[in-house]
Design a protein. Structure first.
Length: 272
């Protein structure tokens, strides 16, 4: 009985194999002669993005060389100075105004003119017997007691109660006053100067160049500023000291030298 079952199973398997072989032959007969079975195409993996190239020295615009403006030389501010007209070593006490009082004093001693004033007092001293029009003058001033707005300086072109006063304040400012018949007018407002001694003790060489209506102030041989005023064309030369606060002021003056000046301002070309 078992043997018969095995025969039947083997017979079934053989039948199935014959059927599969017949189907294969049939399908092959249906394909064209030049056909080839399809080949599977391999899909390439994703291409990674290109690596960024590092530029160590990036190109840049060529810089334009900076040019500096060329300044012309500053013109000479005290032209035409000639021979010494006179000099004063302050050995003659009669050549200047001198005075002594409880409010102040102007005295010559040891080749210096010393002016001392009490709080709130002004005192000036003029050189006798000289009248200056066009000139260049230099004088040395030394402060012993001087503070804040206390001041001192030179007087030029003095005629009676009219003159110009070039003022150095002990706070480092400089200005110009015109006194006309006793009335004061500031014609150059106070400006700071690095050459004006701030307080005391201090020393400065004061210079004045005057030609016609123009007057130029120098301190320690450095030009400060100029003014133009036709009120007084000539007059005497002097010095002064003034206390503006509640303390005395002491200033000495020495080594005065006055030079002749021969200079004519250039004539302007008339406009067409």
């Amino acid at each position: 009985m078992r043997r018969r079952s095995n025969l039947l199973a083997n017979k079934g398997i053989a039948s199935l194999c014959y059927a599969l072989l017949a189907m294969t032959i049939f399908l092959s007969a249906c394909l064209p002669l030049d056909s080839t079975p399809p080949t599977a195409t391999r899909v390439p993996p994703d291409t990674p993005p290109p690596t960024q190239t590092i530029i160590w020295f990036p190109p840049s615009a060529t810089p334009t060389l900076q040019t500096f403006s060329t300044h012309t030389a500053m013109p000479e501010m005290n032209p035409g100075i000639g021979a010494v007209a006179f000099s004063d070593d302050f050995s003659d006490a009669t050549a200047w105004d001198t005075a002594v009082s409880d409010q102040g004093s102007a005295a010559i001693s040891r080749n210096r003119l010393t002016i001392v004033v009490q709080p709130g007092i002004y005192l000036a001293s003029l050189r006798h017997d000289i009248t200056l029009g066009n000139f260049y003058a230099e004088i040395t001033a030394r402060t012993s007691l001087c503070r804040a707005e206390d001041n001192y300086g030179i007087i030029v072109r003095s005629v009676g109660s009219s003159f110009y006063r070039f003022v150095l304040s002990c706070n480092g400012f400089v200005h110009v006053e015109r006194i006309k018949n006793g009335t004061k007018l500031i014609i150059y407002e106070p400006v700071p100067s690095g050459d004006a001694p701030p307080g005391a003790p201090g020393e400065v060489r004061v210079g004045m160049w005057a030609v016609g209506s123009e007057m130029r102030l120098f301190l320690n041989d450095r030009f400060q500023f100029s003014i133009n005023d036709k009120s007084f064309p000539s007059g005497a030369f002097g010095v002064f000291a003034r206390s503006m606060g509640d303390t005395p002021v002491t200033v000495t003056f020495s080594d005065l030298t006055v030079y002749d000046v021969d200079y004519a301002f250039p004539t302007r070309t008339p406009s067409p």
